[in-house]
Design a protein around this ligand. Structure first.
Ligand code: MGD
Ligand code: MGD
Ligand code: MO
Length: 768
């Protein structure tokens, strides 16, 4: 069995290159989404399905976690949200006949793109040990296999339970309860690879691991800094918020090694002027920084704020510093010791450009800083985010209207899953109410995060792997090691909507449990499988990037009558695997989501009157001290400044710093197509973007074929990429995930958060 991902399907490698775009959305965006939806759904279904997205009575867009503007906004979807919906609502099916025809060993040779295009999973399937085909099984049989394997594990810590961020609050809450009752905190999740660094840095500094702004704050800001984020592709609805902020007079600063189209201009498809005209210019300042140099940049900026305050006396918000913060003096003293020339040199930026941004920071008081993976997936992600918080605190720009920290989440419910307790290091304050209500002692020892659990499976310390959503094998670093780790398990279980690589690189025995998607009608079933008499359609809830909890209800007929909701599946596994316990009412919870919400209300703060409040069109907002008037939940009520040394690393001669990013045609490991529309790259994903001068220095020409090599503890190679000249900072290269994950060693991770540093990989290029 091959452990590395395949390089290409036979129909790929049709590379075409055009000028990168200078604006996002507008007509091409809408047309592309409709084309994609029609191809998967047919015209009438496409229109009906898309009309239900992000409506009060409809389902939450699975595209991203950007908040909805409220019940008055209609047609609230974007091109990439529409693609995500079409991908789920596709008419294509992966049936038992498909599995009879295709042995697993053959499917393992297919790319993520090909696998995803096969369609929706329709039946629970089992691949018995030693066999090469999946066969259909009943739900009961599947649950019995899981229960038997869990019962065989020598210790609860030898099982791992992964979660991906599309999972609803209801399913996530029950899942963590199952896992803790089973006896472990092995609850790694996609957040470990995503915004973990934000969670760690924000908890340390402002007392809560979440952002401190509402959508209105973004609208009302005077200065919005967008750093390490590509909203035109990954959070298109955010562009409308930036447009609104600009209409109110805000200045937008973009900090990014690439000139991303969506940060330059926005043609709002919801406004006639956006469709016809040239749209709104977005970024007023664009700092094309070197990859991984943001810590140096924010240290430089903070040092400048201190200097400007020396000159003017009104730059630091002294009243706020005295009343609401601690550690300001130490930070100021430290910043004065840093060498500004060295910091600037690390960023590769021109002094005049950075000075203009410093001046904006010094003179605008309502500041919002937004960031995503360009910040969190670096070795120094946590200190970088702490330095961003320093900037906001120095200016008193947190806990006030129009100001604050805005980590923009990825998966549509990744934040909610954490609130529900999907976390390998749960706080005592979370576990105690669980103990009290359910009358068992939840384990206290910390569990494995994503990277640790791969090591544990590789070394034989974990033998059962269960995934509630996601595509673990393709999303994780060090693809070959991860594949071996998974194949080292006795049993792997995937609760999924669509076929992925995680179904074909498996443990000795493998199970697929097919679930309903967001857009589908969820009729209640009892655990014996029959539909509840007179039962009403159920809905689930999610929490967006700004802590708004709201309902999500699908209405489309399910892709197959054998599908069940995620909460039902979790209850089924729990009822089969755990000894009976009077407080754990899996049979009751399986068929009534309101009862699950009652449990959430009973143990998690902020959910009082959950069932009632979530039925209001806007949902409700969870408490957040940092946002609600700078009441920092740090113990003493004060926000903490952080002192971090200047970055010391440098890229060695002959190496480049590689960032692995998303195209415009994928949702994480789900690859919709082979184009990266805004960057002008079509028909091929194996492209390396490189500065023309760097290419020349290496004697490379456009489209030259190269292997990418990372040399840490050993050599790792990603084969057969095309080099393209692109407007990227010198010394840096970019390519796409998941193809490049083979290059990211398991041990290369962010300090303190453990997030794979998949955007700071040192590589060299080898001509083929
Ligand atoms: N259509 C679509 N939407 C999505 C997703 C998707 O795959 N497709 N994924 C979802 C998920 S889970 C997430 S987490 C988000 C991801 O959203 P993003 O974080 O926007 O995703 P990436 O493609 O990883 O882009 C990272 C951006 O940071 C920049 N960058 C990289 N390194 C650095 C650096 O060192 N400094 C600075 N300043 N910038 C840097 C890159 O040039 C790029 O613009 O999107 C979510 N939404
Ligand atoms: N090199 C590199 N690696 C990265 C990143 C990067 O930027 N660079 N980004 C990281 C980030 S930010 C993230 S969030 C992770 C993503 O990691 P994951 O969340 O594990 O991966 P996804 O590709 O989002 O998962 C897609 C799969 O989810 C399943 N699915 C879709 N909808 C549903 C549903 O409603 N229910 C269930 N049960 N299953 C469903 C489908 O089967 C689909 O194949 O990847 C990380 N990996
Ligand atoms: Mo993510």
């Amino acid at each position: 069995m091959p452990t590395g991902p395949p390089t290409a399907d036979h129909d790929e490698a049709d590379l075409r290159v055009s000028e990168p775009k200078r604006s996002a959305a507008g007509v091409p965006g809408v047309v592309a989404s409709l084309r994609h939806a029609r191809a998967q759904l047919g015209p009438a279904r496409a229109a009906r399905t898309l009309l239900a997205v992000n409506q009060p009575q409809g389902f939450d867009c699975p595209g991203c976690a950007w908040p909805d503007p409220g019940p008055t906004a209609h047609l609230e979807f974007c091109e990439n949200g529409a693609k995500a919906v079409a991908e789920e609502a596709t008419l294509r099916r992966v049936t038992p006949e498909f599995f009879a025809e295709h042995p697993v060993s053959e499917l393992a040779l297919r790319t993520d793109h090909w696998l995803g295009q096969q369609g929706r999973l329709t039946h629970p399937m089992l691949r018995p040990a030693g066999e090469d085909h999946y066969r259909p099984v009943s739900w009961d049989e599947a649950f019995d296999v899981v229960a038997a394997e869990l019962a065989r594990t020598a210790h609860p810590d030898r099982a791992v339970f992964y979660t991906s961020g599309r999972t609803s609050n209801e399913a996530a809450f029950l899942y963590q309860l199952l896992v803790r009752r089973f006896g472990t905190n092995n609850l790694p999740d996609c957040s470990n690879m995503c915004h973990e660094s934000s969670g760690v840095a924000l908890t340390q500094t402002i007392g809560i691991g979440k952002g401190s702004v509402t959508l209105d704050d973004v609208h009302e800001a005077e200065l919005v800094v967008v750093v390490g984020q590509n909203p035109g592709t990954n959070h298109p609805r955010m562009l409308a918020a930036l447009e609104q902020a600009k209409a109110g007079g805000a200045v937008v600063v973009a900090i990014n090694p690439l000139h991303e189209a969506g940060l330059q201009r926005f043609k709002n498809p919801k406004r006639p002027r956006g469709v016809i005209g040239s749209g709104t210019a977005l970024a007023d300042e664009y700092l094309q920084i070197k990859v991984g140099a943001d810590l140096a940049l924010f240290q430089y900026l903070n040092r400048r704020l201190v200097e400007l305050d020396d000159e003017r006396g009104d730059v630091l918000d002294r009243a706020f510093l005295a009343e609401s913060c601690e550690g300001a003096d130490e930070l100021v003293a430290h910043l004065r010791t840093l060498d500004p020339d060295e910091l600037l040199a690390a960023t590769g930026l021109a002094r005049a450009d950075v000075e203009r941004v410093a001046e904006l920071l010094a003179t605008r008081s309502r500041i919002v800083v937004c960031w995503a993976m360009g910040i969190t997936q670096h070795r120094q992600a946590v200190p970088t985010i702490r330095e961003i918080v320093n900037t906001l605190l120095l200016r008193g720009s947190i806990g006030r209207p129009g100001a604050g920290a805005c980590p923009v989440r990825g998966h549509s419910n990744v934040q909610g899953d954490r609130t529900m307790g999907i976390y390998e290091k749960p706080a005592e304050g979370f576990l105690k109410p669980i103990d009290q209500r359910y009358q068992f002692h939840a384990p206290r020892a910390h569990g494995y995060d994503v990277v640790d659990c791969i090591g544990a499976m590789r070394d034989g310390h974990a033998k059962v792997f269960v995934a509630l959503g996601g595509n673990f094998i393709s999303a994780t670093p060090d693809s070959e090691i991860t594949a071996k780790a998974i194949m080292n398990c006795g049993l792997t279980v995937q609760i999924s909507t669509k076929l992925s690589r995680s179904h074909v690189i498996t443990g000795e025995e493998a199970i697929i449990l097919p679930c309903l998607g967001r857009s589908e009608r969820d009729m209640p079933h009892t655990l014996d499988g029959s539909e509840v008499d007179g039962g009403r359609p159920q809905f689930v809830t999610v929490e967006d990037s700004m802590s708004v909890v709201h309902r999500s209800q699908g209405s489309r007929p399910p892709a197959s009558p054998h599908l069940r909701s995620e909460p039902w599946i979790v209850c089924g596994m729990a009822a089969a695997a755990l000894p009976e316990h009077p407080t754990l009412r899996w049979h009751a919870w399986a068929c009534d989501h309101d009862r699950i919400r009652d449990e959430i209300e009973a143990v998690i703060p902020g959910f009082s009157d959950f069932n009632k409040r979530v039925r209001t069109p806007d949902g409700f907002v969870l408490p957040n001290g940092a946002r609600d008037g700078a009441n920092f939940t740090t113990g003493n009520g004060k926000a903490r400044f952080s002192v971090d040394p200047a970055p010391e690393w440098a890229v060695p001669q002959g190496s480049f710093l590689l960032m692995t990013i998303r195209t415009h045609d994928q949702f994480n490991t789900t690859v919709y197509g082979l184009d990266d529309h805004y960057r002008g790259i079509h028909g091929e994903r194996r492209a390396v973007l490189m500065h023309a001068d760097d290419m020349q220095a290496l004697g490379l020409v456009e489209r030259q074929r190269v292997d990418l090599v990372s040399s840490y503890d050993r050599e790792r190679v990603a084969t057969d990429f095309f080099v393209l000249p692109y407007g990227i900072a010198r010394g840096c290269v970019a390519t796409y995930f998941p193809e490049a994950n083979v290059l990211v060693p398991l041990h290369l991770k962010a300090e303190k958060s453990g997030t794979p540093a998949s955007k700071s990989v040192l590589v060299s290029l080898r001509k083929r």
